[in-house]
Design a protein around this ligand. Sequence first.
Ligand SMILES: Nc1ncnc2c1ncn2[C@@H]1O[C@H](COP(=O)(O)OP(=O)(O)OP(=O)(O)O)[C@@H](O)[C@H]1O
Ligand SMILES: [Mg+2]
Length: 411
Amino acid sequence: MTQPLTIVVLSTGLDNFKAIRAALSVDGRVQLLAGGNDAEQLHEEIIRLKPAAALISLGANADQAIKVIERLVTEAPRTALITAAQDASPDLILRSLRAGAREFLRLPISQDELKTVLDRVQEYCSGQVEAPKKKGRMIAVFSSKGGCGTSFVATNLAAATAARTVLVDLNLQAGDLPLFLGLDPKYSFADMSEHRNRLDDALIGSFVTPHSSNLSLLAAPKEADSADEIEPEHVFEVLQRLRESYDYVVLDPQHTFDSITLAALDQADEIVLVLTLDIPAIRSTQRALEIFDRLGYPRQKVRIVVNRWSKQIDLDLRQVEKFLGEPVIGFIPSDYQTAVTSINLGQPLVQSDAGSKIAIEIKRIAQTIASGAVPIQENQTPRPAFWKSLFKRHAAPNALELQISSTDFSL
Ligand SMILES: Nc1ncnc2c1ncn2[C@@H]1O[C@H](COP(=O)(O)OP(=O)(O)OP(=O)(O)O)[C@@H](O)[C@H]1O
Ligand SMILES: [Mg+2]
């Protein structure tokens, strides 16, 4: 299917707009995005929506319309500008072409002439050479168990990068990331998904909620109903566009292996796998790694980070690493008061308390990830027998047995 020919119309009055709209509606290719007589407002809409064409009527105030054309030539260079006027004098046609219009239409519009102009616009659009697309880095901060602090870590990692970053709340049914950043988003992933076929930098910029000059949030929908309409392929397309627009795309997915989460994990360049050092979380992490193996993810894609680390934890870390078959690249200290205060303030800790131990470690992890360094671990073969040696001291045997007996994930 060919792309629709998107058009914005700047008319000289209601009758003029109705006549143009009626003529355009005859052509099945046309998708009218916006229209009206307010030159300033329509100028902004054209920049935001970047339609294939803008049809600009030249009426009594032709000078103002010509000025709009002159600005659009530089500000929306990929939009074909078509002028239309009742007065088809060579002088007016010449002025509009010199200003930057590609085509001229006589009013009232003849369908034959309109078809010829639209054919040429379509030809022009398909002939445009796409600029090479940039590819930002996508990092999914994931835990297959809830409550390990993934949202906290994702927010702070996103805030710690020194580049343009978008944090994406993929907990589409019940996202809570606006709280972590003290934001009240107007738009959400649902809007992005609905307009995914024509997402450009300007439209993306209008759907995300800025937190700082470098960090923006793409929030989950406020209404659970709109989240229901988001399909995994929509998530895939939106994330693809986001990485063309940002240096970093940081994802906070759900804690399950549902199809939306898988669409995100598949696309991610790195998965920061967050766990806490307790038996259920370690077990859950090991199973997540098994699932990643089955999904064919290379192990270099996964970076394990321990959250709420404390020296008091009675586990032998080397044994945990051996059990998981992966090194741990970061240990975020446990400090409930500091963590919860930053969440309550809606300020990432790396900004509000950059000298705190948690912030320092998260910034170090962000640097490790940014540098692409992959830590090496000697023995990468997981051996379930390690369960028994995880503890520095011996735990109650029945507690261990309880955790080891578990069902398998089905994909
Ligand atoms: N390093 C830390 N030290 C102490 N408390 C922490 C730390 N990291 C996170 N927390 C606390 O853990 C709680 C859960 O954090 P968070 O919401 O980020 O977890 P989650 O894994 O995203 O949970 P959910 O299952 O709701 O998605 C929060 O109250 C937070 O303050
Ligand atoms: Mg969360």
